[in-house]
Ligand binder design. Structure first.
Ligand code: FAD
Length: 235
């Protein structure tokens, strides 16, 4: 009897030549029993389906990968049952800084778009940037950009130096994701009605930014990682 299993939300579903699969051995629980395997996309029994119609980041495809009676040779085992979970967590520690880097980029673009508009658009006889509440939103974007950039560089330099504290990656990712949705929403606000149209890029930035709070572990999960690390360091 064939037993198909699928994994949803796989980035680059349709263009990947291989997938890294974390699979649990039957009968195991918790962190133990999870292995990591490389599964080639062109193997018998491996297929992708149903690309998902997403809110943002639409240039990147996301879909389901289906595995049906797939045999994986031992040469493709990259972490055995005792080490798979640890490998997944170590991967996140290294991948979260580049999500934060993406956040810094989105915030910077939102700031630039909003700044240009605010200096040109006049309301009540003067450029809207002269209205303090508009200027304050731009200042907050700049604060967010600088802080996200520095948290990212801090985590990335720790990765390079081989002394990464995982919670520092989580700090960069959580702060950047939250700051990006705030900054892009404010950019839409500064452009007023035009911000809410497809004529300006800020609506796209806002849709793209939302995902930064979700993938690679949600903003809530980052906070759990950070809090647990604080507790570990305290005892
Ligand atoms: C576009 C996109 C691309 C993705 N790419 C990949 C990929 O390539 N590979 C891959 O494996 N996954 C991928 N994902 C999956 C992604 O990592 C998950 O969607 C994400 O981790 C959230 O998991 P979930 O969707 O199951 O939400 P859930 O876990 O159901 O969470 C729902 C809500 O509950 C909150 N929540 C859940 N548990 C807790 C808790 N313990 N404490 C507090 N709050 C909690 C969450 O923060 C969230 O707000 C992708 C997702 C998207 C949307």
């Amino acid at each position: 009897m064939s037993r198909a299993r699928s994994k949803r939300w796989i980035t680059n579903t349709d263009v990947a030549s291989f997938y890294v699969v974390f699979a649990r051995e039957a009968g195991t629980k918790g962190h133990k029993g999870i292995s990591a395997l490389v599964v080639e996309a062109n193997w018998p029994g491996v297929r992708w389906e149903s690309l998902i119609d997403k809110l943002g980041q639409r240039c990147s495809h996301t879909g389901d990968v289906v595995f049906e009676d797939v045999e994986v040779p031992v040469s493709h085992l990259i972490a055995g049952p005792e080490h798979g979970f640890r490998l997944a967590m170590a991967t996140f520690d290294r991948s979260r800084p580049w999500i934060a880097a993406g956040a810094a980029g989105v915030i910077r673009r939102a700031r630039d778009e909003a700044l240009t508009y605010a200096m040109q658009r006049k309301a009540f006889g003067e450029p809207i940037i002269n209205h303090q509440m508009v200027a304050a939103m731009l200042a907050d974007m700049e604060i967010s950009y600088q802080a996200t950039r520095l948290l990212t560089l801090n985590a990335a330099s720790e990765v390079d130096a081989g002394n990464l504290r995982g919670s520092h990656s989580a700090c960069a990712k959580a702060f950047g994701g939250d700051a990006a949705i705030r900054a892009t929403t404010d950019a839409v606000q500064i452009l007023g009605g035009y911000g809410y149209t497809k004529d300006f890029i800020v609506e796209k930035l806002m849709r793209d930014a939302k995902l930064l709070q979700i993938y690679e572990g949600t903003s809530q999960i980052q906070r759990l990682v950070i809090a647990r690390d604080l507790m570990r360091a305290h005892v």
